[in-house]
Design a protein around this ligand. Structure first.
Ligand SMILES: C[S@@+](CC[C@H](N)C(=O)[O-])C[C@H]1O[C@@H](n2cnc3c(N)ncnc32)[C@H](O)[C@@H]1O
Length: 266
């Protein structure tokens, strides 16, 4: 593995070189609810991912309970993201063996935090905080790039105010610390603490990168950064930024078929 930054042209090539034929087949499949393929072709078919591989985690009782807890927050109503949720549970389970707080940058309704908390249980938070960081307000003007705006990152019907009040009601246990403010500035409240798990889901490359740069020194060895939409279509700006971030720190991003990116600090 090279620790040198990847030249932008190489990354563009990697991200942009999907054949039109493949795109057309996938579009057709998505439009027809994946029924374009013969019945029972896939063992998993949601959230832009269809595979014949076995999603064993769907049979873990702890996963089912945790997934329901995440859904109960109202986040992603009508949309299922079970494989992404499984990855988050895995990263959190790994981090729970380490000393250090947990952080969600980009909380929205708190679906991910509720999932992770339910999966690990309160004992995992006996000696750590779970920081929920979000502005619960509109994006600051000029931060989203054109590709991000075009991919519909900020639907006009988000009601952040209601969402904030809900989060305050739903996350009352003492180890949850709710921080309302703009990343990266608000991170001054937590960046002196050791961190074991950082989930980043703010869907804006500039802000996500600033958050990761600010918190990286606090991340303990073996701790993880989970990027929710790293390989999503329309998020190439974010992928470019994080490839450079990772290369500068000598770590590699695990690109997952769910669209997530996973970094373990080693
Ligand atoms: C669009 S939501 C993420 C939604 C998520 N992808 C989902 O599937 O529900 C992005 C979140 O990041 C937060 N956010 C965006 N920019 C931020 C910033 N500079 N500081 C703190 N939070 C921010 C927003 O308030 C919002 O709750």
């Amino acid at each position: 593995m090279s620790s040198k930054p990847i030249p932008p042209t190489t990354v563009d090539h990697l991200l942009g070189n999907i054949s039109q034929a493949v795109i057309d087949v996938l579009k057709k499949a998505a439009q027809t609810g994946w029924d374009f393929f013969p019945p029972h072709t896939f063992n998993y078919k949601q959230d832009n991912l269809a595979t014949v591989n076995n999603p064993y985690f769907l049979h873990y009782p702890s996963f089912a309970t945790a997934y329901s807890a995440g859904k109960a927050t109202g986040q992603g109503e009508g949309v299922d993201i079970k494989w992404r949720a499984h990855v988050a549970c895995w990263a959190a389970h790994n981090a729970a063996k380490l000393q250090g707080d947990f952080v969600d940058l980009g909380v929205f309704h708190g679906g991910l935090a509720a999932l992770v908390f339910s999966y690990l249980g309160p004992k995992a938070f006996k000696n750590r905080f779970y920081h929920l960081v979000d502005s619960w307000s509109d994006y600051e003007a000029g931060l989203l790039c054109e590709a991000e705006i075009n991919s519909g990152i900020k639907p006009p019907d988000y009601n952040y105010e209601d969402c904030f009040n809900e989060v305050k009601r739903n996350f009352k246990l003492p180890f949850f610390k709710i921080h309302r403010g703009q990343v990266p500035e608000i991170l001054r409240l937590i960046d002196s603490r050791p961190l074991a798990y950082i989930s980043i889901n703010m869907a804006c490359a500039a802000v996500e990168l600033a958050g990761a740069e600010r918190l990286w020194p606090s991340l303990v060895k073996g701790g993880s950064i989970l990027l929710d939409d790293f390989a999503f279509p329309g998020h190439q700006t974010q992928a470019q930024a994080f490839y450079e971030f990772a290369a500068q720190r000598g770590v590699e991003i695990l690109v997952l078929p769910t669209g997530q990116g996973l970094i373990i600090k080693n």
